[in-house]
Ligand binder design. Sequence first.
Ligand SMILES: Cc1ncc(COP(=O)(O)O)c(C=O)c1O
Length: 396
Amino acid sequence: MKSLSSEEKSHLQDDTRMVLAGRNTAETFGFVNVPPFRGSTVVYPDAAACLAHRNRYTYGRKGNPTMDALESAWSELEGAAGTVICPSGASACTTALLSCLKAGDHLLMVDSVYRPTRNFCDNILKRYGVETTYYDPHLAGGIEALIKPNTRAIFMESPGSQTFEVQDVPAIVAVAKKHDITTLIDNTWATALLFRPLDFGVDLSINAATKYPSGHSDVLIGLVAANAKALPGLKAMHGDLGVYLGPDDIFLTLRGLRSMPLRMREQGANALAIAAHLEKSPHVVRVMHPALPSSPGHALFKRDFKGASGLFAFVLKASTDKQVEAFLNHLTLFGMGYSWGGFESLAVPFDATPYRTATEFKPGGRAVRLNIGLESPIDLIADLDGALAAMAKVPA
Ligand SMILES: Cc1ncc(COP(=O)(O)O)c(C=O)c1O
């Protein structure tokens, strides 16, 4: 198989790119996949090489061919100068934040952020002298009013993974650039297949690859892709923290990448059909899905995203635990679990009202988040309709 130049690769469609990325059969004796390279110790060919740390690989934590394959595949997809691998999506968020903040700095954090990222700011960053201000996800260029002389980073998550607000990334990046502030985004929902943060000027793009890239609910992994400006700081922090993920999980993620475009296309189309169906149900207050024209973020979504993934939420016409339980317990095809992005459908109840500080979440009923997997949407819709009918029989 001929290896392609960067120029040739730049013309490829994403489906093709994800089949080829990170593979070099000349280096794997013709075998299609890079195997999991296990190892801490790397031996040097001679004393001079050892004294100069001159080896392609120097120590297990610092790199091996399996890591290289995923890092280069992900950088290619993101259009990044480089990528680091973390042992979870949460660790990718914290490593990225630590790479651009120090004591005395101020961080602007979106109010709709994934809760453990919020906890990291409130617990760890605070303890180490970094102040966090939460901002309304609908704030676009208006974020400038929140900037202080010591604001060093703006963190976005778009759409929010529970409440699905879409952020005006270009407007926020324009303000950040004016003030020389680093921008970070948790891009787990879209992945770079549907939204390429670095093309929009974002410095650090974070993905909980536990979700779509690995795709099979059997791996925890996080990836941070950086532009040339942010990469040295990211690599230094990643190395100094001693962050490392074992080769089996990296191998499984590489395997997942090959089918990620196909899976996401199918899951995205099925989720949108199911969201549109739920929107018409008399037992549903509203559906939070940015690809629905009724969504407040729809115009921004249409402007910036190439498509939607398979995660969205909706609000049940329900006010008691008994009603929510009737709905969830009646589902037969949806598991109840706190993750998403895998091949199997999931439903989880959630309440974002207690922890928002810059904005109020007023669902008007009881909220449920759905991960749409690879089952037939016909079966999933029948399952949801049956559960909604069961819920409607329970008195409020
Ligand atoms: C938006 C988002 N970011 C980050 C994470 C963290 O990923 P992990 O569970 O791999 O730590 C999650 C997990 O649910 C998430 O939904």
